[in-house]
Each structure stands twice: as structure tokens, then as C-alpha cells.
Design a protein around this ligand. Structure first.
Ligand code: 3HC
Length: 307
């Protein structure tokens, strides 16, 4: 029921848009395409920017497929309505390999690789080419918002908008307040989050924000249990689904979000907090070293059919 309400709200919220009507998403991966999709569904014009044209093509295909899933859920068997929902939403999305093509918008959401220097370079450039009113936001899962925005001038119009995978389904948005964000920008971010169908929570610029700070130790201990041979991967996942009511077990969830991301988040959390629960895990390092990154590479704790 929850998922359906989230999706329906997503669509019907187009009439209650706040000041943000045009959005650029930088990064055409899984998260970026999900963010672009929910904004387009809510009636906003979206540009996806990525340096790799083949990633943009992949993003368009997956958005079209996911819009159809959402359309079917809202309109059931009304084929005409499903078709026009998909077409209208999809037509609001443009793609480009040039950052300049996405500069003149109300909001830019960055969803690129989790590397501080790469993000800083991008934001410094966006700060120069975007109009003064544009709000800049990062979808980083674990890097400090203050550090990412250290070099920009518009620090009052900068913050974190952290989405969850799969973006069209997960109803949470963490709105992260850096030290210099203005009240006006913060309110605009909260309003925009609502307009794309999300329930927003507010968080300080603290390592891992809320969700990853709690998910990190939980999934790390699940990986250690599996490494020690305490239980099989399947049984660990069944245990948490049936014993704790989680929709997915910790190992299948790690496969979904990517084991390279998991390793990166644990490393950064250890560095920032010093808490030994985030210490490196030999098995995780080995799997990442072997390219077993989860669903996206066809193998992680489980094997997946290649798409
Ligand atoms: N777009 C649109 N709809 C989608 C979708 C997508 N990308 N993916 C799934 N759906 C819809 C399906 O159509 C389906 O609809 P239905 O219920 O009407 O049939 C519904 O969502 C459920 O999907 P499935 O039947 O395929 O599979 P499940 O019932 O197993 O649900 C799940 C899949 C929604 C992923 C669920 O297992 C879940 O909620 N898992 C937990 C995910 C989670 O914890 N995410 C957060 C990870 S942490 C993170 O992202 C932070 C980052 O920083 C790393």
C-alpha cells in the first residue's frame, strides 16, 4: 500500500509545484536516472547530463521501462492513460553530454561518482555557469556536504538531497543542511522533495547522514557473519526479512546498492568517526577486488542474470 501511495502522490503532485520547475541531474547512472524520473513524473522539465553517451541511452531505456511500471500501477488496465503518462513524462526529459546544456535551471542535483575532488570540480564549474538563483545539491551518500561545497561562492544555495535505491519506489529523501545553507534554500529543497513524492527528513552534515549511519554497521556485521560461516547468505537474508520485517535482507540489499559503494561508505565512515564497526572486511575487499560488485556486475553474494 505504501509504495502505491508514494507513486500516486508522485504523479498527482504536479499541480502543487513549488518554485523549482526545471531540474538538471548530473550523472546518468541508476540514482541519477531515478531522480530524473521522479522529477519528470511530477511535471518538471529535466535534463540529464553525463559524459558517456551510452550511459545516457541506458538511462533513457530504464526510465521508459520504469515509467511504464508506474503508469500500470496508477492506471491499471487503462492502456491509453498509461501510454500518455509515459509519453508526457518521458518527453519532459532531455539528455546531453555538455554541462552547459543543463546550466539554466532552478535546481541541479549531482549524482556522479563518490569522489570528493571530482564532485568539487563539478560544483565549482556549476557555480560559475549557473544563474544566480540556481540551487545546487549533491546526492552523495557519505561525503561531507561542507567539503563538497568548500570552493563554491553560493554556499547559501547549496545542500544535500540524498535519495534511496530504487529512487522511484523508496519514499524517503534526506535533506542535508550544510553549515551555510539559507533558510530559503532549505525550505525550497523540502518543498521540492515533497513535489516529487518523497517524505523529507532533515539531517545535519554528519557522516552517513541518518540511513547509512545505521545501515553501515548492520550490513557490515551481516557480511562478517557470512564470512565467519555463522549462517548462509540466504539464511541471513531470510532471518532479517521474516524475523525483523525488512523488505530485503542485508546481503541482497548490499548486492542491490553495490559492494563497491558499500566498501567506500564503510571506509569513509571509519575515517570520519573512528568507530571500529566500520573497519574493513576481508571478504568485502576480496569481492570488490574480483569485480563482484552485486547486481550491476551479475555477481555479488548472489548470481544474477545479465541484462
Ligand atoms: N521503478 C518503478 N517501480 C519499481 C521499480 C523502479 N525502479 N523497482 C521496483 N518497482 C515496483 C515494482 O513494479 C513493484 O510494484 P508492485 O508492488 O505494484 O508489483 C514494486 O516496486 C515492488 O517491486 P518488486 O515486486 O520487483 O520487488 P519487491 O517487492 O521485492 O520490492 C524493493 C523491491 C522495492 C526494492 C523492496 O525489496 C525494498 O524496498 N527493498 C529495500 C530497498 C532499500 O532498503 N533501499 C535503500 C538502500 S540504501 C540506499 O539506497 C542509500 C544509498 O546511499 C546507498
Amino acid at each position: 500500500m505504501n509504495k502505491l501511495i508514494g507513486l500516486t502522490r508522485n504523479f498527482s503532485s504536479s499541480s502543487s509545484l513549488n518554485g523549482i520547475k526545471t531540474v538538471t541531474v548530473v550523472g546518468g547512472g541508476l540514482m541519477g536516472s531515478g531522480i530524473a524520473q521522479v522529477a519528470a513524473q511530477a511535471g518538471q522539465n529535466v535534463t540529464i547530463i553525463d559524459v558517456q553517451p551510452e550511459l545516457l541511452e541506458k538511462a533513457q531505456k530504464s526510465i521508459q521501462a520504469n515509467l511504464t511500471r508506474v503508469g500500470k500501477k496508477i492506471y491499471k488496465t487503462e492502456a491509453d492513460k498509461i501510454e500518455s503518462f509515459v509519453k508526457e513524462s518521458f518527453d519532459r526529459i532531455k539528455v546531453s553530454t555538455k554541462l552547459e546544456d543543463g546550466a539554466d535551471v532552478d535546481l541541479v542535483v549531482e549524482a556522479i561518482v563518490e569522489k570528493l575532488d571530482v564532485k568539487q570540480e563539478l560544483f565549482n564549474k556549476l557555480d560559475q555557469i549557473c544563474p544566480a538563483h540556481t540551487i545546487l545539491a549533491s546526492n552523495t551518500s557519505s561525503i561531507s556536504i561542507n567539503e563538497i561545497g568548500a570552493g563554491i561562492k553560493r554556499k547559501d544555495r547549496f545542500g544535500g538531497l540524498h535519495f534511496f535505491n530504487p529512487v522511484p519506489v523508496m519514499r524517503l529523501l534526506e535533506v542535508v543542511k550544510g553549515d551555510h545553507i539559507s533558510e530559503e534554500t532549505y525550505q525550497a529543497m523540502m518543498e521540492w522533495g515533497k513535489s516529487v513524492g518523497k517524505t523529507c527528513i532533515t539531517c545535519k552534515d554528519t557522516p552517513g547522514f541518518v540511513v547509512n549511519r545505521l545501515l553501515g554497521p548492520y550490513s557490515a556485521e551481516a557480511i562478517r557473519m557470512f564470512e565467519r560461516g555463522d549462517a548462509s547468505a540466504v539464511d541471513i537474508d531470510i532471518a532479517m526479512k521474516l524475523g525483523a520485517g525488512y523488505p530485503m535482507g542485508p546481503l541482497e540489499l548490499s548486492d542491490l546498492t553495490g559492494l563497491d559503494n558499500k566498501k567506500f561508505i564503510l571506509n569513509i565512515m571509519l575515517e570520519k568517526t573512528g568507530n571500529p564497526v566500520f573497519k574493513p572486511i576481508t571478504l568485502l575487499d576480496k569481492m570488490v577486488g574480483e569485480g563482484k560488485l552485486g547486481r550491476k556486475t551479475g555477481e555479488g553474494f548472489y548470481k544474477y542474470e545479465k541484462k
